[in-house]
Design a protein around this ligand. Structure first.
Ligand code: C5P
Length: 235
């Protein structure tokens, strides 16, 4: 029996992470957060003092990445380990996202992570979250979703996510500070999307056979229901 792969791609802040956790629970599938692998490569490189212009050294970091993901209890989220240590809030910051998108633009880094991503596929199935799941890593995926949302909505969601994780200061939560923070997030997200979409290798784009969902005006439950409906259509 072969693993059934559900590939979910799209820009940052579209809600892929939450959606994929819900889908994995719904279908009883494993979960691949491929963005975390790029984020962890960037963090490991930073900790090891690797020069971000040294492609070969970065690829080496990616190849030797010692990571573990613990699913934990339902709703508790995933615990991530890097070289034997728990990675905290640092993993999800927009700063780490920016570094990740820099290392992710390098072919040797992507090559070093390719097989590791494919190894996540296991019976009965896998929900794979990323930018090139349907186009490069799992081109034979049974179901491909491209999840997007307007940039301002995505910045807003990132803001709420950071707030709920207690990662915003009082200044960032109130009055003008709130607007400044939202504007900064929007700028960072746009910059990252641009880099991810315009890179030569595995650029962010929907696979030809992807179902495109614009979630700007949808709740996460509505998005999940739409994907489950697509999955039923496919049997
Ligand atoms: O999804 P997340 O925000 O964690 O991804 C961080 C960065 O990693 C993205 O901006 C992108 O540059 C890179 N990435 C990628 N291919 C993937 C997943 C993430 O290039 N499959």
């Amino acid at each position: 029996r072969q693993a059934i792969v559900v590939a979910v791609d799209g820009p940052g802040g579209a809600g892929k992470g939450t959606l994929c956790q819900l889908l994995a629970a719904e279908f009883g599938f494993a979960l691949l957060d491929s963005g975390a692998l790029y984020r962890l490569t960037a963090l490991a490189a930073q900790r090891q003092g690797v020069d971000f212009d040294d492609e070969a050294a970065l690829a080496q970091v990616a190849a030797n990445l010692d990571v573990r993901f613990d699913a934990g209890e339902q709703g508790q989220g995933v615990t991530t380990w890097l070289q034997g240590e728990v990675v905290g809030n640092e993993l999800r910051t927009e700063q780490t996202g920016g570094l990740a998108s820099k290392v992710a633009a390098l072919t040797p880094v992507r090559d070093a992570l390719l097989q590791r991503q494919r190894d996540f596929a296991q019976v009965p199935g896998l929900v794979a979250d990323g930018r090139d799941m349907g186009t490069v890593v799992f081109p034979e995926a049974a179901l491909k979703i491209y999840l997007t949302a307007g940039a301002e909505e995505r910045a807003q969601r990132r803001y709420l996510q950071l707030r709920d994780k207690g990662q915003l200061s009082d200044d960032e939560l109130q009055g003008e500070g709130r607007n400044v923070t939202l504007a900064r997030l929007l700028e960072e997200i746009n910059l990252r999307d641009e880099r991810d979409s315009n890179r030569a290798v595995a650029p962010l784009r929907p696979a030809k056979d992807a179902q495109i969902i614009d979630s700007t005006a949808m709740s996460i439950e509505e998005v999940k229901a739409a994907v489950v409906a697509f999955a039923k259509e496919r049997g």
